[in-house]
Design a protein around this ligand. Sequence first.
Ligand SMILES: Cc1cc2nc3c(=O)[nH]c(=O)nc-3n(C[C@H](O)[C@H](O)[C@H](O)COP(=O)(O)O)c2cc1C
Length: 204
Amino acid sequence: MTVFSELIKSRTSANNYDSVRKLASDEITQLIALATHAPSAFNFQNWKFVAVHSDAAKARLLPLAFNQPKVTDAAVTFIVCGTLEPHLALPATLKPSLDAGIIDEPTYKGWIGAANSMYQENATLQRDEAVRSAAMAAMTLMLAAQSHGLVSCPMIGFDQAGVAAEFGLHATDVPVMLVTVGYAAKANWPQKPRKAVAEVLSFA
Ligand SMILES: Cc1cc2nc3c(=O)[nH]c(=O)nc-3n(C[C@H](O)[C@H](O)[C@H](O)COP(=O)(O)O)c2cc1C
């Protein structure tokens, strides 16, 4: 088994964190730098992250996360957001790929045209894309944390509107998931068994 396979198999959704061990701001930054290597449609990178790590900010988040203790015990809880209207930022977002010669001018213009026609009048697709991109980034973040000797937990148990208001999110920032990250305390469950592959895989 490769190191990466082991990493995938050893990741768990942690319940118990060592509340004493913190993460420095540069460690938090490194985790997000890795998370941003996740793919996104048209390379939109339509995600934002709020790292809730100070005691004061954790105290504000706790009641909005239904008082799940891991929000205060974990070193950091990320509010992982997907952003709406991704097509508006695409000319600037895609420019570095053009400048680096990865895509050519017709592709650059073609992608911008395609994104405009797909997303500008389609609020449902914008929201779907926000959720897809944030989920991709969240998973990458959790694997990055695991590779750094940390544990994590994705959480949908929170008040989305309350979090958006309390943390001053922009109207186009959708708080898709909370992800707690920190050092494990004892007595965390192992990864739970998964369905048999034959149950979920079909070949066409
Ligand atoms: C979208 C999503 C939302 C979740 N929300 C919560 C949550 O609010 N609180 C929590 O303790 N665990 C939450 N979990 C963790 C799941 O319960 C966990 O991933 C599942 O039981 C499998 O556990 P394992 O990954 O450790 O095997 C969530 C997981 C996902 C993917």
